[in-house]
Design a protein around this ligand. Structure first.
Ligand code: SF4
Length: 435
């Protein structure tokens, strides 16, 4: 191979097999795609050791992609159940799976994932280091943190969230400007605690060049984690968040100097009216690197419904520049999601992504909607089910309240506006009561 990473290839004017596949999926000229990858505005996370990968591109010029978080926890270590969730997530159209396992044999599950799963695979090595070394947090050495990054790269992980931006400077701002919810990022809180207990600089910031060398060797995409993402509306767009973002901008430039692909992670919880500005600030500071948002959740008061609060924010974020949405399930803030929670979370995120693609004016994005409208106008129920984002639910709902007449539904019956307009425009008599 004459290149190391997809970005390196793009800069050398080489079209890789992954670029060909992504361009075909996006119905985009492969040269246009190559140019966007060379500039860092599109990434194709594709670890050389992930042999079964069906690659996807991420960038605001492309279709909005979604990620599904899965993995074991201390209270839930059933690997087969997690694999079942992975399969159903991929079947439902998730482009990426993040393995956030924090208990049990995490390497076994990770290797199974990269051996069998065609979706883009991401991990957070910080969690895994804690499980792997199984010793007091403050005893983990800087070298040991980096060794886990190499292990994940060798295992075929396509992108890694690494919280490099919460360095001593960001931490100083965080202590000065008090927050209501402190740090809510799991990886961010671990590395902050390690820095406090050891007095050392964040090892991923201090040895960032070594991290980049590993990423370059395997073509791992760096997902620059936002330890200071706001965990409630009150903390949104505060000094800690913006200070960290400025650091992430500097780290993006350094990654690009080594041809390492980068995306930036973003909020979090955020009032609706701040989302657009946040997308624009990220685009400016990080020079158009793809933005991966974890929400944003637009209100804090809806446990059990956070797939909805997140889909509202995600749709707005993706309209104004985010290109990758991390799903949120109804179980968010409450428990590990079960299979049904995963399904609900995926569907909510896919609706947000699709709505944003239409708003962005991506060619062909509205075709699906137009087909659905035509099926509805024709009162073609079978076609309506087939086109539904959740055909099983659509079918079940209609069956649960079957109408008296097949050409309407139980909502309006003979008052069916669609049926009556079809009739009158066809020159037929419309009668409400005597049919
Ligand atoms: S009955 Fe009402 S809700 Fe149902 S298809 Fe007709 S217009 Fe739509």
């Amino acid at each position: 191979m004459d290149y190391t990473t997809q970005m390196d290839a793009a800069r050398k004017n080489i079209i890789t097999p992954e670029m060909e596949k992504v361009a075909a999926k996006e119905k985009m000229d492969v040269e246009v795609l190559r140019d966007l990858i060379a500039k860092g505005q599109v990434i194709i996370p594709a670890n050389k050791n992930h042999k079964v990968l069906d690659p996807n591109g991420i960038g605001s010029a492309l279709r909005t992609k979604i990620n599904v978080n899965l993995g074991t926890s201390r209270d839930w270590t059933d690997l087969d159940m997690e694999m079942e969730k992975v399969k159903s997530a991929v079947d439902m159209g998730a482009e990426a799976i993040m393995d956030l396992s924090s208990s049990g044999d995490t390497q076994k599950f990770r290797r199974k994932l990269t051996a069998e799963c065609p979706a883009t695979i991401g991990t957070v090595p910080i969690y895994d280091a804690v499980v792997y070394y199984h010793k007091a947090l403050k005893e983990i050495t800087a070298k040991e943190w980096l060794d886990i990054v190499r292990m994940h790269a060798e295992d075929g992980v396509d992108f890694m969230t690494i919280h490099c931006g919460v360095n001593k400077e960001t931490a100083r701002h965080f202590r000065q400007d008090k927050r209501l919810m402190n740090i809510v990022s799991r990886g961010g809180s671990i590395i902050y605690a390690w820095m406090e207990m050891t007095g050392n600089e964040n090892p991923f910031y201090e040895y960032y060049d070594e991290v980049l060398d590993i990423c370059r060797e395997y073509d791992v995409t760096m997902s620059l984690g936002d330890a200071c993402r706001p965990g409630c509306l009150k903390d949104a767009s505060d000094v800690s968040q913006i200070q960290e973002l400025i650091t992430l901008g500097e780290l993006t430039r350094r990654a690009w100097e080594k041809d390492v692909q980068v995306m930036i992670e973003g909020p979090g919880h955020m009032p609706l009216d701040q989302i657009k500005a946040n997308m624009e600030i990220q685009k400016t500071i990080c020079k158009g690197a793809p933005f991966y948002v974890l929400g944003p959740l637009v209100t804090d008061i809806a446990p059990g419904y956070d797939h909805i609060t997140s889909a509202i924010g995600g749709a707005i974020a993706a309209t104004y520049g985010a290109s990758f949405l991390c799903y949120v399930t109804p179980a968010e803030h409450l428990r590990l999601p079960d299979l049904n929670d995963v399904k609900e979370g995926i569907i909510a995120s896919k609706i947000a992504a699709h709505a944003a693609d239409i708003a962005k004016g991506l060619p062909g994005a509205r075709d699906w909607d137009d087909e659905m409208a035509a099926a509805r106008r024709a009162l073609d129920w079978e076609k309506t089910f087939e086109l539904s984002i959740d055909p099983e639910k659509a079918r079940r709902y209609r069956a649960e309240a079957a109408p008296e007449k097949e050409d309407t539904c139980s909502m309006c019956g003979n008052f069916c506006a669609v049926k009556n307009m079809n009739k009158i425009l066809d020159g037929e008599i419309v009668s409400i009561f005597d049919e």
